[in-house]
Design a binder for this molecule. Structure first.
Ligand code: ATP
Ligand code: MG
Length: 425
């Protein structure tokens, strides 16, 4: 049997933490069997290596290893991806297709983020686990497969079961053996070791001298909370490697790169963040909607002005608009000059000046239409930017945890997951 040390070397796993060693040892022990394994642990703790170790030390190693990210596949196609479909099973199914469970026959399937599986898919999965049977979408023929399943999750499965999001019977089937990877903050002894390895790798990659830490900086690194775990430490090492001119960092320099933790109790912090956030969001939306409604009024007025000869009516409209924008009417103005100045700000041509030059009308009209289209495009863009911004903020507040972030944003976790992928966040 290969030693833990040899496996770590083979899979590029750094660290000597006892719990880490224990989880690798467990993977080695369970590999030759066909037992289902559930790997659990926070995001970024290194869960992805363990299913690979298990597969490569099993009798299945010459057959396929397929990693499926259950959270990334849209709910509507996940059954077909996993179990295949018949020709004509749904609109667009012009060909029959083999699913992963058929392709990986004799091999291993890694179901990453298994907690994201829709309930209907969970039923199908349970059947595969119980007797190796599955049915393609749009078929009634039962097929057989021999697949070993390793699953991973960064969510609390007991909570998911309580909320009826995950079937309890499936959970017990999947987690015959559970291997837990501890968060980085519980592996303090490995933090500097990991940093040194990452710093040396990035130095090679970017052809720069390796960054080093003074002992105070090292201590700071070790006492950090690391909500994003090793992935986050790796990112920090990369940023420092690229950005720092001085290749030895003290605690003061390092502080700028590491995640900030405040002393507020976490419950209060979360509550405060939530309030700040919803206020901020409400204000943003309000500003956007107000802008849009002002813009529509402006468009209407411009059109009216250009096509309608009723100057009095247009004047009234102008006043209304100004009242809306500045919160004042002509009567309540401090001075008439002030009011006229504001009229100019709007730069709406008076009917008489339009009449003077017919050519100008068409130019004005054409450009006012273009303007409206531009603004609409910009609005869409800025809405998208705002969306990205809101998602980023929410993820930051919850240290990358999608579940509370999705709750706060009022969207499903699956939607949030896809938006993260879509915007490459
Ligand atoms: N012990 C380790 N030594 C070296 N690199 C590691 C170690 N653990 C994790 N990493 C690196 O950290 C990053 C995150 O690891 P991984 O993708 O396995 O996280 P994960 O637990 O699957 O997280 P998520 O739940 O977000 O998918 C990867 O780049 C991985 O190579
Ligand atoms: Mg992962």
């Amino acid at each position: 049997m290969e030693s833990v040390q040899a496996i770590k070397q083979r899979f590029g796993i750094i660290g000597n933490n006892i719990a880490l060693n224990r989880s690798i040892e467990k993977s080695i022990q369970v590999a030759p069997t066909d037992i289902s394994v559930l790997v659990s642990g926070e995001s970024g703790v290194g869960k992805e290596s363990l299913p690979k170790i298990i597969h490569s030390l099993s009798h299945r190693k010459h057959n396929k290893y397929i990693a499926v990210n259950c959270g990334a596949i849209p709910e509507g196609t996940i059954d077909s991806e996993l179990f295949g479909h018949e020709k004509g099973a749904f609109t667009g199914a012009s060909q029959a297709r083999d699913g992963y469970f058929q392709v990986a026959d004799g091999g291993t399937i890694f179901l990453d983020e298994v907690g994201e599986l829709p309930l209907t898919t969970q039923v199908r999965l349970l059947r595969v686990l119980e007797n190796g049977e599955f049915i393609r979408v749009g078929s009634s023929k039962v097929q057989k497969t021999n697949v070993r399943i390793v699953a991973a999750t960064n969510v609390n499965m007991h909570e998911a079961i309580q909320k009826n999001k995950f079937r309890e019977d499936l959970y017990y089937r999947l987690s015959t053996i559970e291997i837990h990877l501890p968060p980085l903050r519980d592996r303090k002894d490995d933090i500097h070791l990991l940093f040194r390895k990452f710093a040396s790798d990035f130095a090679t990659k970017y052809k720069m001298p390796t960054v080093r830490l003074t002992s105070s900086a090292q201590q700071m690194l070790e006492n950090c909370h690391w909500p994003g775990n090793i992935r986050q430490l790796k990112n920090v090492a990369e940023q420092i490697s690229v950005l720092e001119k001085e290749r030895e960092l003290d605690a003061d320099r390092l502080r700028e790169y590491i995640p900030k933790t405040s002393n507020l109790p976490s419950v209060i912090k979360a509550e405060k963040a939530k309030n700040d956030f919803s206020n901020e969001r409400e204000i943003l939306y309000k500003v956007l909607f107000d802008m849009k409604s002002d813009l529509n009024d402006l468009k209407k007025l411009t059109l009216e002005l250009l096509s309608n000869g009723n100057t009095e009516k247009v004047k009234d409209e102008q006043e209304n608009l100004i009242k809306k924008i500045y919160g004042k009417t002509k009567e309540s103005q401090d001075t008439e000059d002030d009011f006229d100045e504001r009229l100019e700000v709007l730069q709406i041509p008076e009917k008489s000046s339009i009449e003077e030059d017919e050519d100008e009308i068409s130019i004005e009209r054409a450009s006012s239409y273009d303007f409206a289209e531009d603004v609409e495009e910009e609005e869409t863009l800025s809405l998208q930017e705002k969306e990205v911004e809101l998602i980023k903020k929410s993820l930051e507040r919850y240290h990358g945890k999608r579940k509370p972030a999705a709750e706060e944003l009022g969207i499903s976790e699956r939607t949030l997951y896809r938006k993260i992928k879509q915007y490459d966040l």
